[in-house]
Design a protein around this ligand. Sequence first.
Ligand code: ADP
Ligand code: MG
Length: 910
Amino acid sequence: MQRQLKIPRTERVREDEELSGGDAADDPALRGRWHELTRDGVVSALGSSPEGLSTTEAERRLAVYGANALPQPPGRSLAAIVLGQLKSPLIYLLLAAAAVSLVLAEYDDAGFIFLVLTINTAVGAAQEWRAEANTVALRSAIATLARVLRGGVVRRVDSKLLVPGDVVLLESGDRVPADLRLLDAAEAQADESSLTGESLPVDKAAGDALAPETQLADRLTMLFAGSTLQRGRVRALVVATGSYTELGAIAGALQTPSAPPPLTQRLDRFTRLLGLVSLGLVAAVIALQLGIGASLRDTFFVAIALAVSVIPEGLPVAVTVALSIATRRMARRNVIVRHLPAVEGLGACTVVATDKTGTLTMNQLTATRLWLPGHGFVEVDGVGFDLEGGLHQEGERLSEGADAAVRALARSAALCNAADLDPAGGAEGQSGDTVDLAFLVLAIKAGLDTGTLRKTARRIADLPFSAERKYAASLHDHGDGQMIHVKGASEVILPLCRDTDEGAVLAVGEAMASRGYRVLAVAAQQVDTKTRPAADRILGDGLGGLTLLGLVGFIDPLRPEAKQAVADCHRAGVAVKMITGDHAATALAIARELGIAERPEEVVTGREIAAADAGLDARIAEAQVFARVEPAHKVTIVEALQRAGHLVAMTGDGVNDAPALHRADLGVAMGRDGTDAARDAADLVLTDDNFASVVAGIDEGRAAYANIRKVIYLTISTGAAEAVMFLLALAVGLPLPLTAIQLLWLNLVTNGGQDVALAAEGSEPGLLDLPPRSPREPLFDALMLRQTLLSGGVIGLVSTAAFAWMIAAGWSEFDARNTLLFLMVAFENVHVFNCRSETRSVFRIALAANWPLIGAVVGAQAVHIGAAFTPGLNDLLGLAPLPLSEWLLLIPIAMSVLVVMEFEKLTRRR
Ligand code: ADP
Ligand code: MG
C-alpha cells in the first residue's frame, strides 16, 4: 500500500551499499513487473540464490521490509460498538421518555433515564468489545507455516517471517504466502479466484520472461498471495511480501465486514418482535388509561414503566457474550471456531464423517514389514520417525541378496519422494507428507545417505502424489542413465509391472492390509532415452513395464484416545463414519479396533460410489467405513447422508476435501497437518488434529446452546414477571406498583450481571448421554414457554399480592413500593438459580461451579442496599433502608418461585 509506511529510505540505502547485492525488492520500477524477468534475472535482482537466503540476511531483510502480513482489518471500532448499543427500540423509547420528562419539568426522572442509558450502553459496549477482541485473537491463533530454504536447509517458519528473496517450497493445498516467481514447478495449478475472480484453477509453470503487458491472470510464472496451490509442487522466489503484494494493493476492497451470525440474526428478529408486541401492549394500556379518565401525566408514567418491564434490552448482548465465552472454551479444548454460529453446530450434528489417517490414527507411519519378490518378508525395527532400527528376516541378519533388494527399494522410495528429513535436525528438520517421511526413515535405516543420493541423482521430472491417482512417480538422471521411480497403492502399481504374478502379490498385500498395515508398492524402470522422451512417459499415461521392487507395510498406531472418543460419540447419539483413501482391508481392520464397524458389508468402496447404482444412498447411509475413496466421493457421501436426514459434520485435511467441508453442515479442518485450503473451507479447526477434540466440540457446542437458552429464559421470564405484576395491579385498581425509574433500576442491578454469569455456566453432566436435538427445533420452544409463563406468573402474582396487602394495611405508597422493589430484587436473585438448568434441581448443581453467578447475586444485593443508604440516589429511586427483620422476611417469599419451579422440574423428571 503506502511506501511511507516503511523504514526510512536513507537508512536502507546505507545498508544496501554495504551489502552491494541487487536488493531490488522495493525498486518501484520493478513493482508488479517481476514477470518480465527471467528466473535468473529475478534471483539476481533480489540478491538471492537457488539455495535461498542466509538466516542472518533473512533477519536483516525482515527488519527492513517488515512482517509479511496485511494490516489487519481493524474490527469494529469502539465508537461503532457504542453507537450499536443505542440502536434498539428500548433505547428510542427511553429517549422519548426522557424528552417528555424534560417537557414536564421532571428533571430527576430525565436525569435518571440518561444515567441508566449511559450505564447500559457502557456495560453493553464493554461486553461486546471483549467478545470482539476474543474473536480477533482466535482468528490469528491459526498461523500459516511456510516451507522455506534458508542457507540451503528446509525449515518450516511462520509465513509472517518471509522476506523478498526467500526461496519457498509449496505443495498442493498450501496457501500462497507472498507474491512468488516460480523457479521449478511440477503439474502446478493455482486457484486465484480471490484475486482475479477466475473460478477454475489456472496452470502455472516456471517458464521464461513474459511480455510486459501480460495481465495478472495470465502471469503463469507467478503465484500471488491470497491464492492457493491446488495441485502440484513448486519451488519459488518471494518477490513481494505484506502490503507490497498484489493482494495488498486491493486488500482494502476485500475488507468487507462479515454479516452477524444467523443465530444472532434470529434473536434480533425475536427481540424486535417482542418490542413490537410490547409497544402494542403499551398503546392498549394508554388507550385504557385515558379511557377511564386518568391524567395524561399518570398515563405517561404507566406507559413508560410497562414498556421498560417488557422489553428485554439486555438480551442481544448477553447472547453475544454467551457465544464468545463458548468459543473461548472450545479453544481451550483445541477447537477453533471460524464462524461464530458454528459454535453450537457440532452439538447438533447427528453424523461425524471422519478421516482415518492422522485423526483416528497418529499419522506416524512406520514401515515395519517389507515383502521383496524372491526374498519374502523382512522386518524393520523402530517406531515413528526415530531413525534407530535394524532390518532382519525371522530374527536373522539379511542375506546379501535381500540386503541389495532392500536398498534398491529404499533408493527408489527416497527419490520418488516429496519430504525432507535432515537426520541431524530432529523434528524441526522434518517436513512433508508422512508416507514420504516414513520412506525416508526406511531408507536411512537401510543404510542410504539420502542427502547425497538426492544430489547425485538429479530429478528431471516428477508426478507428485495425488489422492485421485494414488501414486507418485519421478524421473532421475543417475549419471550412467535415467530411471523412473514409482510408489503408490499396490493395486494401481502392480498392473504397471512386468514379470510379476499380479494375483499372488496382490494376495500378499491383501493379507498384510487385513492385519491393519497400510501397504504401498515400490517399482522402478531403467529408461532408454534414445527411443522416447522419458519425461513424457511419466507425466502422461505412458507408465508400464516397471520392475516391482517390493511391498512396504506401514503401521500407523491408533491415537490412544480414539477408541474412547468413538464410544463417547455413540453414547451421544452421533454416528461415526470413517473415510479413507486406504485399502478396504486396512480400513476394516482399524475400524474393528475402534468399534466403528465389524462386518465387511459395512464397508463401501470408492468403486461402488463411482458406479452410482440405484441403491447407493441407502448403502451410504448404512455403511460405517468408506475405503479407497477419492476426495470427489466425499461430497457424494455428505449429500447422501444429508438426504437421509442427517446433520453432517465432516473432517478433512487435504486440498481436495475443501468442497466436501464446504458442503457439510459443519466442516472441521485439521489445524496442524491440514492444508490451508481445507482450513479456509471449514467452520471449525482442530488444533491437535485429534478426533477426541470433536467430542469436546460436541460437548461444548451443546453446552453453548443450553446456555443461550438459559440466558433467554432468564431475560424473558423476568420481563414477563414484571408485566404480569403490572397488568394485575392495573386490573384490580391498585396504584402503579413500581415507578418507571424503579423498574429501570431493577433491570439494571439484577440482569446486568446475572445474564452474563448464566452465559458462563459449565456444561451440565449428561449432555453427552442424550441424542442430538432435532435440527428444526426452535430456540424458544414449548418447554421454555411453559417455564416462562409459570415462573413469570408466580413472581407477578406473589409480588402483586404482597403489594396489595401492604396498601390494604395502610402503608404509604412510598413504603409499599420500596419493599416491593426489595422483594423483586430478591425474586430475580432467586430465579436465576432456577435458570441454571431446565431439568436438574437447583440443589444438585454445585454453587462453586459458577462463581460469577454468586458474584452477580451478592453484587446486586450490595448495590441495591447500598443505594438505599446513599443520600440523593435513594430519593431519586424512591428507596429507603429496610429493617433487617423485613428483609429476612422477603427471602422466604422470594423462595416461592424456586419451590414452584422445582416442583415443575420434578413432575417432568417423573
Ligand atoms: P487417507 O485418506 O487414509 O489419508 P490417502 O488418500 O492419503 O489416504 O492415500 C490413499 C492411498 O494412496 C494410500 O493408501 C496409498 O496407497 C497411496 N499413497 C498415500 N500417500 C502416498 C504418497 N506420498 N506417495 C505415493 N502413494 C501414496
Ligand atoms: Mg492422506
